[in-house]
Design a protein around this ligand. Structure first.
Ligand SMILES: *[C@@H]1O[C@H](CO)[C@@H](O)[C@H](O)[C@H]1NC(C)=O
Length: 373
């Protein structure tokens, strides 16, 4: 019996011993009971242990498991933050993507960096000229390039049949506690959108765009929103950006899930499958100065059903300005050029509005919240 024959054998031989024949039958019976109890107890412990090890094995095998076994807020803390995938927009390997991978490894995130299709200068130029006098603006070269790259990534997500996915830019940063915050965001998006028990997805699907990483959003008491306490939110004093003046309308120590009214910068945004398709239609034909401004227009005018997290939980990391850092988009737009980028990996820069930066923790074992521009 499960490799424990010696216990059985010793008790058996004891009952056969000639020296014990004089003992009463009752005593003998008690002994047998005790021996049987010990066997059962040993067998039970062994069995429990087997089960426990099996469980361990399944957990480590697939952190994924089926969502139905979990609460929505648990799925929100998985390695893709409750979305089906996290896709990074990245032109080529650089300090940006290497920092991204380091931050993802530190915080247990799974980020796919699909290879970007080559975007021809002809397409970029044509795209930047789309639209007649009725459009709200035209992207410059760098902005047109980034815009087309976002469209490609959305198309990739739609073609891969993803239910929901999160797109991040490759210089994005987040707090080392992001998974805990995502659990809170799951609770509150579901509450805000009244997601019923029959839908166990972390965020429901009644939105096109869930804007997690931005560089500002309007909010006031009249904005439809759902506040929640989050220990990782910066104070108003620490916060940098144009929405600083609007944030005091949210209680201290809280974030809010709100209707997207004026979000800027696409550092990180999640889309549903139907949302991605709508964005491809709505933003596929240019018509504005940049992709994020086009999305902002869509949110503001209700062409797109947008939710934002306020203040943002993702923000771009910037190498030290005094090392001569200029963003790729600005560089291509003709607003300066970046110096030798190798230095960016040895000297710590900073990230606004993120208290414990995953990038800086991973690369420099330090937080690096920039407090003033
Ligand atoms: C994370 O959870 C989402 C939602 O349940 C699911 O679609 C996704 O596959 C999960 N990610 C992983 C890596 O298991």
């Amino acid at each position: 019996m499960l490799g424990l024959p010696e216990v059985k054998g010793s008790s058996g031989s004891r009952s056969l011993s000639p020296f014990r024949l004089g003992r009463s039958r009752a005593q003998e019976r008690i002994r047998i009971y005790i021996a049987a109890l010990i066997i059962v107890a040993l067998w039970y412990t062994y069995f429990l242990r087997l089960r426990y090890m099996n469980e361990l094995a399944t957990i480590s095998q697939t952190e994924s498991a089926e969502p139905c076994d979990f609460l929505p807020r648990d799925a929100a803390q998985n390695s893709t933050l409750g979305f089906q995938k996290i896709l990074a927009l990245s032109k080529s390997p650089s300090w940006r993507s290497r920092g991204l991978i380091a931050a993802a490894t530190l915080t247990g995130l799974d980020i796919e960096i699909p290879k970007q299709p080559f975007i021809t200068p002809e397409l970029i130029e044509a795209f930047s000229k789309i639209g007649g006098p009725e459009v709200n603006g035209h992207p410059k070269t760098g902005s047109a390039h980034a815009w087309l790259a976002h469209l490609d990534l959305l198309r990739y997500g739609v073609s891969s049949n993803l239910d929901t996915f999160l797109i991040v830019e490759d210089d994005v940063d987040w707090d080392i506690n992001i998974k805990k915050t995502m659990a809170l965001i799951s609770d509150n998006v579901r509450k805000f959108r009244d997601v019923g028990g029959e839908d166990d997805s972390p965020y429901g699907r009644s939105w096109d765009l869930l804007w997690l990483g931005h560089c500002g959003e309007h909010t006031d008491k009249a904005t439809p929103r759902q506040e929640f306490e989050d220990p990782t939110v910066p104070t108003i004093d620490q916060y940098v950006g144009w929405s600083k003046k609007w944030l005091p309308s949210i209680s201290a120590g809280h974030r809010a899930i709100q209707k997207g009214v004026n979000p800027v910068c696409t550092f990180g945004y999640a889309v549903t499958a139907h949302g991605a398709q709508k964005i491809l239609d709505f933003a596929g034909k240019g018509g504005n100065e940049a992709f994020d401004i086009r999305l902002l227009d869509g949110c503001k005018n209700n062409h797109l059903n947008c939710l934002t997290v306020q203040p943002e939980i993702m923000h771009h990391y910037e190498p030290p300005k005094d090392l001569g850092y200029t963003s790729l988009v600005k560089e291509e737009d003709g607003k300066g050029s970046s110096v030798d980028e190798e230095k960016f990996e040895t000297v710590m820069g900073g990230t606004e509005n993120i208290i414990d930066s995953a990038r800086c923790m991973a690369l420099f074992e330090s937080s690096c919240m920039k407090q003033r521009r």
